[in-house]
Write a protein that binds this ligand. Structure first.
Ligand code: ADP
Ligand code: MG
Length: 244
C-alpha cells in the first residue's frame, strides 16, 4: 500500500499495541512533520511511553507500521532507525567520565577518534557542559546529568530525537531552565523532536503541535494556541486547563 509521506519525518500507521489482553494503543495514526517539535501530552498510564517505545523500536507493534524518513522501519533494530532517545532516568555509565559517556556509543560503532573528539566537543559546547567533561556522573547535579544524557543523543547526529519525560525528576527551577535549553537546541538543530510529558506548561511552551492522549487515543492534535482556545472536547478543555 502506498502512502503519501512527503515532509513526514515519522509516520505511525494503524498502530495497535497489546500487552496480553490489555490493548494500550488501538489503531493509532500520527504524522510528524520534518523538523517539527511534537509533544505527546497525557496523564500517567495513557500510553505515551508505549507509543514512543514503538517508534524507537524498543517495543514491537502488535499490528501496524512505523515509517521514519519515508522508510518502513517496523522491523528495524533501534540502532538502525536514525533516532536518539532521552529517558526520564539518565541511564549514564557511573564508572565513566562525562567524556566517556558521550563517546562510548561512537567508539563501539567504530568511529574514528578525531571524528568522535569533534562530535563530543560540539555537543559539550551546545549543552554548555565543557567544564564537566572529566567528571563522573556521581559528581554532577540532576540537571547536569540530564544535559549529558541529551548529549549522548546529540553526538549521534540523529534525525529524530525522542524524549520521555526528561525533566520530571528535576526541581521546578531546573525544569524551566532545561526547558529553555531544549527549545534552543531545537531552534539550532532544526531536527524532529517527539517529546512526551504529562506537564501542560511544558507542552504549551515547547510544542509546535500537541497531541493530547487519553487511554491510548489521540483526542486532539493541533498547535498550542488552538488546543488552548478551541479544545475539541470536554476532556481536552479540562486537561489543558488544570495544573499538573
Ligand atoms: P504513560 O507513559 O502514558 O504513563 P505507558 O505507555 O507507560 O503510559 O503505559 C500504558 C499502559 O500500559 C498502562 O496501563 C501500563 O500499566 C501498561 N503497560 C506498560 N508497559 C507494560 C508492560 N510491559 N506489560 C504490561 N502492561 C504494560
Ligand atoms: Mg511514561
Amino acid at each position: 500500500m502506498q502512502f503519501s509521506k512527503a515532509n513526514h519525518s515519522v509516520s505511525v500507521r494503524d498502530l495497535t499495541l497489546s500487552f496480553g489482553s490489555l490493548t494500550v494503543l488501538g489503531n493509532l495514526n500520527l504524522d510528524i512533520h520534518d523538523g517539527e517539535f511534537l509533544v505527546l501530552l497525557g496523564s500517567s498510564g495513557c500510553g505515551k511511553s508505549t507509543l514512543l517505545n514503538c517508534i524507537a523500536g524498543l517495543l514491537e507493534p502488535t499490528e501496524g507500521q512505523i515509517f521514519i524518513k519515508d522508510k518502513n522501519v517496523t522491523w528495524e533494530e533501534p540502532k538502525d532507525r536514525g533516532i536518539g532517545m532521552v529517558f526520564q532516568s539518565y541511564a549514564l555509565y557511573p564508572q565513566m567520565t562525562v567524556e566517556g559517556n558521550l563517546s562510548f556509543g561512537l567508539k563501539v560503532a567504530g568511529m574514528a577518534k578525531e571524528e568522535i573528539a569533534k562530535r563530543v566537543a560540539r555537543a559539550a559546547e551546545i549543552l554548555q557542559i565543557e567544564p564537566l567533561l572529566q567528571r563522573k556522573p556521581a559528581a554532577l547535579s540532576g540537571g547536569q546529568r540530564q544535559r549529558v544524557a541529551i548529549g549522548r543523543a546529540l553526538v549521534r547526529d540523529v534525525d529524530v530525537f525522542l524524549f520521555d519525560e526528561p525533566l520530571s525528576n528535576l526541581d521546578a527551577k531546573l525544569r524551566s531552565e532545561l526547558r529553555v535549553e531544549i527549545k534552543r537546541l531545537h531552534q539550532q538543530l532544526k531536527n524532529t523532536m517527539i517529546y512526551v510529558t504529562h506537564d501542560q506548561i511544558e507542552a504549551l511552551t515547547l510544542a509546535d503541535r500537541i497531541a493530547i492522549m487519553k487511554s491510548g487515543v489521540i483526542q486532539q492534535l493541533a498547535d498550542p494556541v488552538t488546543i488552548y482556545n478551541r479544545p475539541n472536547n470536554l476532556f481536552v478543555a479540562g486537561f489543558i486547563g488544570s495544573p499538573s
